[in-house]
Design a protein around this ligand. Sequence first.
Ligand SMILES: NC(=O)c1ccc[n+]([C@@H]2O[C@H](COP(=O)([O-])OP(=O)(O)OC[C@H]3O[C@@H](n4cnc5c(N)ncnc54)[C@H](OP(=O)(O)O)[C@@H]3O)[C@@H](O)[C@H]2O)c1
Length: 284
Amino acid sequence: VVVTLEPHDHHGRTPPCTEALIAAGVGRVAISRLDPNPEVSGAGVARLRRAGIEVVTDVAPEVGTTVDPGYFHWWGTGLPRVILKTASTLDGQTAAADGTSRWITSEEARQDAHRLRSEVDAVMVGSGTVLSDDPHLDVRLPGYEGHQPRPVLVLGERRLPLGLAVLAREPIVVAPRPAGYHDEIVAPGRRGVDLKSALRALGERGVFDVLVEGGATLAGALWEAGLVSEGVTYIAAAFAGGLGRSMFDRTFSTLSDLRRIDITDVSTVGPDVRIAWRVRETDS
Ligand SMILES: NC(=O)c1ccc[n+]([C@@H]2O[C@H](COP(=O)([O-])OP(=O)(O)OC[C@H]3O[C@@H](n4cnc5c(N)ncnc54)[C@H](OP(=O)(O)O)[C@@H]3O)[C@@H](O)[C@H]2O)c1
């Protein structure tokens, strides 16, 4: 078993891991990345060794990235890993012109998307999606009792009416000015919220993996700002047969705007196709 030694206990996502490992009776710890601060990493390693635990410190960095990609993304960039989840028709429509989008994909695809939610710290949507869909943004799978992601709502000018389902789930509200919610991040930007500083503030709260579930306005703004790291796109076995809402509420002006991705996995879920992808760090 490979365990990542997380010395940053001050951000509150996990308790100090050295003590947890000692209490769990672990015999051997393999560390893939040490904190650059030798005082932190050295103290952790020494504490484990004093407790009689064998410590290996030369595991390849990629191993750590695989075990906890969001944390290492945050460590390297100061920003959470943003995963864009979209459900579209085969001709690329994510909602009809009248805003209806439930449901474009199959029950199986939606269940798979719930599993994605179970793997992240937070699920983010814009106010347009909250107002039109009234989503819960929680994991609802048969028999599931595990971790629930925190809802993150990106607001602009419009207010949310009381009684929306997600408001009962203690959301983190991101807004360009104080909006009066219990837990809010104020991040004024040129148009609505400054998404980069909002993400940085989420990272400081220990939110390292953010699953963005729409809509096209928020997705377009995150994409344009280069803040999306990877994504999962569900393509329904269906055609819209015309233009409704696309994945990104943006114009594709010229071919040089095209950004290449690496497809990391392709599978079928029920009648639909699921494509996992990652944005290329260097565009080529
Ligand atoms: N098929 C799918 O995968 C999928 C997923 C989710 C949603 N949908 C559909 O998408 C539609 C809603 O999408 P939408 O594009 O209207 O809304 P949205 O992207 O959910 O929300 C956009 C709103 O967020 C606020 N905002 C604040 N700062 C922002 C920033 N920097 N960048 C972008 N937005 C910012 C603005 O609110 P103000 O306008 O108040 O200023 C903006 O209008 C619905 O029809 C829903 O059913 C489809």
